[in-house]
Design a protein around this ligand. Structure first.
Ligand code: GLA
Length: 397
């Protein structure tokens, strides 16, 4: 069985015919094979702010889902995973219920494209990924974006990338049942090489933000995986909505936590259940931190970026309550390595990864510190991922 996770386009074309039954002559003719890539993402700052219509600052990363597909002219979608050998599929026009596996994400995307009025094509193919799953690096968004590019056939390159991200978010919300915001699909769709992306989740205005040339992006995986389809994510979202309902009684113009200032929250927090007040306090301050990080990056003030990351992590730990002892340990270890500029947990929380901005000559020291101290503190094995900010989903030549 093929157990590799990283494949170049030609390698995927080469294995398609043998690994994906049903491709027929089309699979054998490599010129008709389409190879697609869709990246995961790491979020620099702005956690749980997306569904509160605030600001986020993610970057697409060079860990990605890759697919090689051929259109079959029928209404069947069938894919083989190259890491496990599993083969799964569904009929584009048939009724289907979720089975809790990876193919759900492909079916979800087909469902959302159809709902949005876009024709989809039947296909056979293979899928490979070097993006850890359940790590908080948006492997599900990456599968959705890759699926969207495959299912749209010839129409994919002409699609607006933000619109595509919103369709994939709809797949997640309406089919998978996780009420996530737009950040993950946005980053996977709209990524820009060597840049983070500042997104205003209310207006959908966004722009690339250059990453400092003198720092590297290092993602530390805690080895404790997170599960977003649990109730905790949706519960956080409901608590944020409860805060909005209560604060709208003070000012009917308040439609989301985006509209709440720190001063207003300070004055009115007595109206909120203590737990709801803590959630709101995180979101309101986190929006400010995103904008402050943008300013600090523009000014080249990496010390300020480090302080903002630290404040963001503390807020996720103490107010939003989605960190974990493992993530706290990784941030603590990184913070004591000279040359680590900034460190915090990233993504939905409850396990997963931290994101670190690191001077190039400190990457080795960070790796050594994490590999020696983290297992002793947690009993878990960490994974160090040196990543680069990359382009959003598309064809791979
Ligand atoms: C998950 C969700 C995103 C976002 C983050 C937290 O990754 O999919 O929409 O809410 O959590 O910032």
């Amino acid at each position: 069985m093929v157990t590799r996770t990283s494949f170049q386009a030609d390698e995927l074309r080469a294995v398609l015919h043998e690994r994906a039954p049903g491709t027929g002559a089309a699979g054998a003719d490599r010129s008709t094979v389409r190879v697609i890539r869709a990246p995961g993402r790491v979020n620099l700052i702005g956690e749980h702010t997306d569904y509160n219509l605030g600001f986020v600052l993610p970057a697409a990363i060079d860990r990605e889902v890759r697919m090689a597909v051929v259109e079959t002219g029928d209404r069947r979608v069938e894919l083989t995973r190259l890491d496990t050998g599993e083969r799964a599929g569904f009929d584009l026009d048939g009724e289907r219920t979720r089975d809790g596996t990876w193919i759900d994400y492909i079916a979800a995307t087909a469902w959302a494209l159809t709902e949005a009025g876009y024709p989809t094509v039947g296909l056979r193919g293979v899928i490979a990924t070097n993006l850890p799953e359940n790590a908080g690096l948006s492997s599900s968004a990456a599968i959705e974006l890759a699926a969207a590019w495959a299912l749209l056939g010839d129409a994919a390159p002409d699609m607006d990338r933000l619109a595509l991200a919103r369709i994939c978010q709809r797949a997640e919300n309406g089919y998978i049942g996780v009420m996530s915001g737009l950040m993950d699909q946005f980053a996977s769709s709209c990524g820009v090489g060597d840049h983070a992306l500042l997104l205003d989740c209310r207006s959908f205005d966004w722009r690339p933000v250059a990453l400092p040339a003198d720092v590297r992006l290092v993602v530390l995986h805690s080895g404790s995986s997170r599960k977003l389809d649990g109730s905790a994510y949706n519960e956080r979202r409901a608590q944020c909505e409860a805060a909005v309902v209560a604060l709208a009684q003070v000012d009917p113009d308040i439609r989301s936590l985006r509209d709440v200032t720190p001063a207003l929250l300070g004055a009115e927090r007595g109206r909120l259940e203590p737990v709801v007040a803590r959630r709101a306090e995180h979101i309101v301050a986190e929006n400010g931190r995103v904008l402050a990080v943008i300013e600090a990056l523009a000014a080249g003030d990496l010390a300020a970026v480090g302080e903002l990351f630290a404040a963001g992590h503390a807020s996720l730990r103490d107010l939003f309550e989605i960190s974990s002892p493992e993530l706290d340990a990784l941030v603590d270890i990184a913070g004591r390595v000279p040359g680590v500029v900034a460190a915090r947990m990233t993504g939905g929380g409850f396990g997963g990864c931290t994101v670190n901005l690191v001077r190039p000559d400190a990457v080795e020291a960070l790796t050594a510190a994490v590999e020696s101290e983290y297992p002793a503190r947690t009993g878990l094995t960490p994974t160090v991922l040196r990543v680069r900010a990359t382009e959003g989903a598309g064809y791979l030549d």
